[in-house]
Design a protein around this ligand. Structure first.
Ligand code: NDP
Length: 285
């Protein structure tokens, strides 16, 4: 079979979104006499989290967003971390608060995340923002699902009416992804470990989002010819390569469009975080 799928270039679209953010950040700075601000909190030194945090801070620098670094030891107590969140909530120079997950065992991530002012919740994880998305009036939207929607829009995809299957139902990706697709007018199926026949659910989908965290979990032969495939998964293969959740090589000749890993949803996620920070800053101002 020949290669037919359009490669959805998340890196290029993310660069475009970042360009928009840079323009908005410059205008905000001129108008308000200060740059939009993002506080990035990391607790402990998980190596993967450190890479993500570094990339987010660098992205802020490049787009004219001021980043405030808060690196805390993994031994930090609940009261101290809640105290920092309260301080950032009250700080006028801070428009967005990003709490890098996972938090060390012993800290209740839900309690900490719930303490963030929903107007500064640029990750879109606060129940208030999830609730608004569920009620068809999104405000700050979870970055990864929002990135999928923006990428599809940039390629002119018409989502309304499509049969969509989301593989994965986590609070940060799968569930809000289903809400975004519903908002866009898709007929949505969400799969998880209780799903009886995953292959059948994927086979009928005209749009597939894979967010499981298992390399090759979504098999190429399951992809309906012409389907749009968004691979959110980021996994390290045995040989150390970054791979997604979709068997990319096998899916490529069947899909109509597909995101690569890396260079697909990963860069879009960071771009939407920056965009959310500007949305938050403008709404607060
Ligand atoms: P979680 O581990 O929180 O959730 C995984 C989901 O997959 C769960 O809903 C789980 O079901 C489901 N699942 C697990 N095994 C199966 C199976 N055999 N069949 C069907 N469903 C299954 O992961 P995340 O949502 O946090 O992340 C998913 C992936 O996305 C990871 O690779 C992560 O690194 C990546 N990621 C990428 C981002 C990006 O920027 N590109 C951002 C965030 C995450 P159940 O609910 O029943 O347990």
């Amino acid at each position: 079979m020949s290669r037919t799928a359009t490669l959805l270039d998340g890196k290029a679209v993310a660069a475009k979104v970042r360009g928009e953010v840079k323009t908005r950040a410059a205008a905000f700075t001129t108008k308000h006499g200060r740059a939009p601000g993002l506080a990035v909190v990391q607790v402990g030194s998980d190596p993967a989290s450190s890479v993500y945090v570094r990339n987010k801070r660098k992205a802020c620098d490049e787009t004219g967003i001021r980043s405030f670094a808060h690196d805390l030891p993994s031994t930090v107590g609940r009261a101290e971390l809640l105290g920092l969140v309260a301080k950032l909530n009250a700080d006028d120079a801070v428009d967005g608060i990003l709490m890098q997950l996972p938090l060390p065992a012993g800290l209740d991530a839900n309690e900490i995340m719930d303490a963030i002012d929903p107007r500064k919740d640029v990750d879109g994880f606060h129940p208030h923002n999830t609730g608004l998305l569920a009620q068809k009036r999104p405000r700050l939207r979870p970055c990864t699902p929002y990135g999928v929607i923006r990428l599809a829009a940039e390629y002119g995809m018409k989502l309304r009416g499509l049969r969509a299957t989301v593989v994965g139902a986590s609070n940060i990706v799968g569930r809000p992804m289903a809400l975004e697709l519903l908002l866009a007018g898709c007929t949505v199926t969400v799969c998880h470990t209780g799903t009886r026949d995953l292959a059948a659910e994927v086979e009928r989908a005209e749009l597939v989002v894979a967010a499981v965290g298992r390399p090759g979990m979504v098999r190429g032969e399951w992809i309906r010819p012409g389907a749009a495939v968004f691979d959110v998964g980021i996994n390290r293969s045995d040989s150390g390569k970054l791979v997604g959740d979709v068997d990319f090589e096998a899916a490529l000749p069947r899909a109509g469009a597909i995101t690569p890993v890396p260079g697909g949803i990963g860069p879009m996620t960071i771009a939407m975080l920056l965009s959310n920070t500007l949305d938050a800053a403008e709404a607060r101002a």
